[in-house]
Design a protein around this ligand. Structure first.
Ligand code: SAM
Length: 283
C-alpha cells in the first residue's frame, strides 16, 4: 500500500490523476502520519464495528479505519476523487465509497443496510465550510451511532465542547450537550495538512446520549436558536425579536423560569433552557 502521508507520494498520485485542490470543498488533506491512526483508535474503530467516514480526500483516514473496523462506508462529494480512491484503497475489500453530498444522503438507511446490528461510529476530518450543518444533522436525526469523532477548526472545537454557562457557548453548543457528551481529544497544527489551512484544528469526540430531555424538541430548539440569534444581547431582547413576542411578555416568562430579567443566553444551564422553553410556550 502506498504511503498516503508521504508528500511526494501524494503529489505523484494527484498529478497522475490531474487533481487540483478545491478550496470551496474544504480540501485540506492530512499528511502528518501521527494523526489518522489516532483518530481511528480514539474514534472507536475496531473489529466488530462499522464506521461512516465523511469526506475521504485521497483516503488517508479511510485506510486507517479500514485496517481496524469490519467495514467502512465513506461519503465523498468530489467525483474527481473516485479514480484516485480506486487506486489508493485497492488493498481493502471492506470499504464502500458513496459519491454524494453527505447532507443529501439518507444516513439512517445506509446504516441499516450496510451495518446491520454492528456498533457504528462516525469518524472524519470534516470539510470546515459545513462543520455545524453536518454535526447538527448527525445529532438531530438520532442516528443509531455510538460516537462522532471529527477534526474541526480549533475555534469550532472550543464552541462545540464549551461548558454551558461559559462565554464560548452558542446554539450549537446547547444542541451538542443535549444529544451528546463532548470531549476535546487533541489539537492538530495547520502544518499537518496539504495544503496548509490558515487556522489550527482539533479533534473532538461526541459520545451519543439516547435520552430525551423535552417532549417538544422542535419548540425547544426554536427557543435555543432564538436565544442566540443576536450576539451580546440579553435573552429577553433576542427572544422577543426572534419569536416576535412583546418584550414585556418574554421578560415575564424568563422571570417565571427562575432567571434574572437581564440574563444573557450564555449564562444559562441546560435546565434553564428547558424551563425557559416551557414558560415561553405558555405565552
Ligand atoms: N479525509 C481526508 C483527509 O483527512 O485527508 C480529506 C478531508 S478534507 C478536510 C474534506 C473532504 O470532504 C474533501 O475530500 C471534500 O471533497 C469532502 N467534502 C466536502 N464537502 C462534502 C460534502 N458535502 N459531502 C461529502 N464530502 C464532502
Amino acid at each position: 500500500m502506498e504511503n498516503l502521508t508521504n508528500i511526494s507520494v501524494v503529489r505523484d498520485i494527484l498529478s497522475r490523476h490531474g487533481f487540483t485542490f478545491s478550496k470551496a470543498l474544504g480540501q485540506n488533506f492530512i499528511v502528518n502520519p501521527a494523526i489518522c491512526p489516532r483518530i481511528a483508535e480514539e474514534g472507536g474503530a475496531k473489529s466488530g464495528c462499522g464506521v461512516i467516514e465523511i469526506g475521504t480526500g485521497i483516503g488517508v483516514l479511510t485506510a486507517e479505519l479500514a485496517k481496524r473496523a469490519d467495514k467502512v462506508v465513506a461519503i465523498e462529494i468530489d467525483t474527481r476523487l473516485m479514480p484516485v480512491l480506486a487506486e489508493t484503497l485497492s488493498d481493502f475489500d471492506n470499504v464502500k465509497i458513496i459519491n454524494d453530498d453527505v447532507l443529501k444522503v439518507d444516513l439512517k438507511k445506509i446504516i441499516e443496510e450496510e451495518f446491520g446490528d454492528k456498533e457504528v461510529f462516525v469518524c472524519a476530518n470534516l470539510p470546515y465550510y459545513i462543520t455545524s450543518p453536518i454535526i447538527m444533522s448527525l445529532l438531530e436525526n438520532r442516528l443509531p451511532i455510538k460516537a462522532i469523532t471529527v477534526m474541526v477548526q480549533k475555534e469550532a472545537a472550543t464552541r462545540l465542547c464549551a461548558e454551558l454557562g461559559s462565554r464560548d457557548v452558542g446554539a450549537v453548543t446547547v444542541a451538542v450537550r443535549y444529544y451528546s457528551e463532548p470531549k476535546l481529544l487533541f489539537n492538530v497544527s495547520r502544518g499537518s495538512f496539504m495544503p496548509s489551512p490558515n487556522v489550527d484544528s482539533a479533534v473532538i469526540r461526541l459520545d451519543i446520549k439516547n435520552n430525551r430531555l423535552v417532549d417538544d424538541e422542535q419548540h425547544f430548539f426554536k427557543v435555543v436558536r432564538g436565544a442566540f440569534s443576536q450576539r451580546r444581547k440579553t435573552l429577553a431582547n433576542s427572544l422577543s425579536s426572534s419569536l416576535s413576542v412583546d418584550k414585556q411578555v418574554v421578560t415575564e416568562a424568563i422571570v417565571s423560569a427562575g432567571l434574572q430579567e437581564n440574563v444573557r443566553p450564555e449564562q444559562l444551564s441546560m435546565e434553564d433552557f428547558i424551563n425557559v422553553a416551557k414558560s415561553v410556550k405558555k405565552v
